[in-house]
Design a protein around this ligand. Structure first.
Ligand SMILES: [Mg+2]
Length: 194
């Protein structure tokens, strides 16, 4: 039987929002994040990263750099709390009007948020039930993607979250829950699942 998942955005949810991270060692976890992911692990909920990473399409750095950032992310989660991500999906592609310049990565794709491609691919590959799953993000496009796929959409106030809520960033959205940070989001998810 398909199982529920918790989909997690990366920047502004797990690690500090710092724009395009050009140096691997500049990726830093936010406080309490590793422990929160560990709680999801211990509850048996599938944890899946879903992240727009357009740096390769913009020519800022190679695709291998994104994978190196994710290796550091996983290493920090493990070192701090024995936490793990069960799967990692990211979209390195960007359309030409959005700013894609590198031919290899410049194209329209259903993987780019708020399209649902990453959620759907993960659901197929790992037998996940989207209607029973949660998406935690800090942008309106994260919440929109969740709703486009029939998931529960949670907005955290870290990263861009506060600016989304005040109307200073992106557009109005209606999250199913607003959490101060990932710790609060996980607390709410675990209450819902119990
Ligand atoms: Mg983000």
């Amino acid at each position: 039987m398909a199982r529920p998942a918790v989909y997690l955005d990366r920047d502004g949810v797990l690690n500090q929002e710092a724009g395009y991270i050009h140096q691997v060692e500049d990726l830093h976890l936010m406080s309490g994040v590793a422990q929160a992911v560990r709680q999801l692990n211990d509850a048996g909920l599938f944890c899946c990263l879903v992240s727009n990473q357009s740096g390769p399409a913009r020519g800022y750095y190679p695709d291998a750099h994104v994978r190196a950032l994710h290796q550091r992310l996983c290493r920090l989660l493990d070192a701090e709390a024995g936490a793990r991500l069960d799967a990692l999906y990211y979209c390195p592609h960007l359309s030409p009007p959005e700013g894609g310049t590198q031919a290899e990565f410049t194209r329209w794709t259903t993987w780019r948020k708020p399209n649902t491609g990453m959620l759907v691919a993960a659901a197929w590959e790992h037998d996940l039930d989207l209607s029973q799953s949660f998406m935690v993000g800090d942008k309106a496009t994260d919440v929109d993607m969740a709703h486009n796929a029939g998931c529960v959409g949670i907005l955290v106030q870290t990263g861009y979250g506060d600016r989304v809520l005040s109307g200073d960033y992106q557009h109005h959205t209606k999250p199913d829950y607003i959490a101060t940070d990932l710790t609060a989001a996980v607390k709410w998810i675990l209450q819902k699942k119990s």
